[in-house]
Design a protein around this ligand. Structure first.
Ligand code: FMN
Length: 297
């Protein structure tokens, strides 16, 4: 008989059955997962980023597999706020874990409008503020690279969140991630999540062109795990430990041991993203014979 172990956690005042969440953008809005996993076995669910209006996202190809990971340049494709409320929220409302809606936008007004509209929805436990998307021309990462900008948007969205938990999702593409975390916490963030993806590129050596139509994409999966663990540990030691703000750690988690590494590093909860796609982990050394090297301009 296996012994029942209590792995419940308190995360920013939310009592969770366990510390495992889905990572934004990798499990849609929950219903897509139903055939593969019982989402009620999770501590929480984080939705795909929601914007005020539906977005088609970037042109394809917008995903490419890499050694131990993948690059995506989805560009925040989503069904938009009103369809989310009408079609997806009722389903998420039946979920026993904590539902976080990941909010994105092109400017602060859009982030605030989306949050305000959702703030009274009982099904939602909190918001994840995406100020770290590397794959969009406007908004996205621009609020996550400057402490003053991070503070400005956090304070505005906190006011709109109506007392629900506000978690701010940080980009690893900064000189000092602790400075951004500190600014977010001082502006009212109840939790910090890290990391979002790392801007990267894959080149097709036959065409001498980047594989992704967007040229660059965000690298995720096991390839980034040791860097993500390091950054969680840095933010924990330099910011979170003293002020008691919990960290959601993510980046390359596939197994329970991976999750435990993040928790040892300072995370109170973890999220699993790329591993949900079941990407191929083995190296496939195709015998490319590179005929010529052309730089693309
Ligand atoms: C296909 C794909 C789509 C993603 N979409 C979003 C998104 O809409 N919003 C967001 O905040 N993060 C998004 N992310 C980033 C993940 O939530 C996560 O931060 C990152 O992938 C690192 O975790 P992982 O290595 O477990 O995937 C996306 C990642 C992938 C792979």
């Amino acid at each position: 008989m296996t012994e029942e172990v209590d792995i419940s956690v308190d995360f920013a005042g939310l009592k969770l059955a366990n510390p495992v969440f889905t990572a934004s953008g990798t499990c849609g809005y929950g219903d897509e997962l139903a055939d593969f996993v019982d989402i009620n076995s999770l501590g929480g669910f984080i939705t795909k980023s929601i914007t005020a209006k539906p977005r088609k996202g970037n042109p394809t190809p917008r995903i490419v597999e890499t050694d131990s990971g993948m690059l995506n340049a989805i560009g925040l494709a989503n069904i938009g706020l009103e369809s989310f409320i009408a079609e997806k929220l009722p389903i998420l409302g039946q979920f026993s874990g904590a539902v976080f809606v990941n909010v994105a936008g092109e400017d602060i007004d859009e982030y605030v409008a989306v949050t305000e509209r959702l703030a009274t929805e009982e099904a939602i436990a909190g918001f994840e503020l995406n100020i770290s998307c590397p794959n969009v021309a406007k908004g996205g990462i621009s609020f996550g690279t400057e402490p003053t900008e991070a503070a400005r948007i956090t304070a505005a969205v906190k006011k709109a969140a109506g007392g629900k938990v506000l978690m701010v999702k940080l980009s690893p593409a900064v000189t000092d991630i602790s400075a951004i975390a500190r600014a977010a916490v001082e502006a009212g963030a109840d939790a910090i999540s890290l990391v979002n993806t790392f801007t990267a590129m894959v080149i097709d050596i036959e065409s001498s062109q980047p594989v992704l139509a967007n040229r660059t994409g965000g690298l995720s999966g096991p390839a980034i795990k040791p860097i993500a663990v390091y950054l969680v540990n840095k933010v924990y030691n330099e910011v979170a430990k003293d002020c008691g703000v919990p960290i959601m750690g993510l980046g390359g988690i596939r197994t329970a041991s991976d999750a435990i590494e993040f928790i040892i590093a300072g995370a109170s909860a973890v999220a699993v993203g790329t591993a949900n796609f079941g990407y191929k982990e083995i190296l496939r050394p195709q015998e490319y014979k590179c005929k010529r090297i052309d730089r693309f301009g």
